[in-house]
Design a protein around this ligand. Sequence first.
Ligand code: NAP
Length: 96
Amino acid sequence: MTVVVTGASGQFGRATVEGLLQRLPPEEIVVMTREPAKLADLQARGLDVRRGDFNDPVSLETAFAGADRMLLISASLVGSGSPSTPTPSTPPRRPA
Ligand SMILES: NC(=O)c1ccc[n+]([C@@H]2O[C@H](COP(=O)([O-])OP(=O)(O)OC[C@H]3O[C@@H](n4cnc5c(N)ncnc54)[C@H](OP(=O)(O)O)[C@@H]3O)[C@@H](O)[C@H]2O)c1
């Protein structure tokens, strides 16, 4: 089983990855970041580091490829960039 973890370079993500490493071998863990150099230490420990950006859907296809499970650690940006999704500050449009 392969698990992909987003937000892996953050405070929450790093703690999550350490917890996962108690349960899974490193080769079954994919960690996502916009800057792979930030996770060089995890790569050295055998994890699969992939570049991914919530604002770049194509990068997510690559980052998530082949994973069976996802631990999605959100950022304040998740969902705010979709042109079809109103942001919390945008009231829904009334039907004409
Ligand atoms: N820390 C806690 O104890 C805690 C508790 C409850 C809830 N939370 C929530 O958990 C989330 C993470 O908190 P944190 O404290 O770990 O934050 P953090 O240390 O600031 O880390 C933010 C993470 O979000 C990633 N990120 C930011 N923008 C991104 C984007 N456009 N695409 C992909 N990844 C992006 C960053 O990755 P890169 O910069 O490497 O790309 C980084 O790994 C937040 O929503 C927070 O509200 C945290």
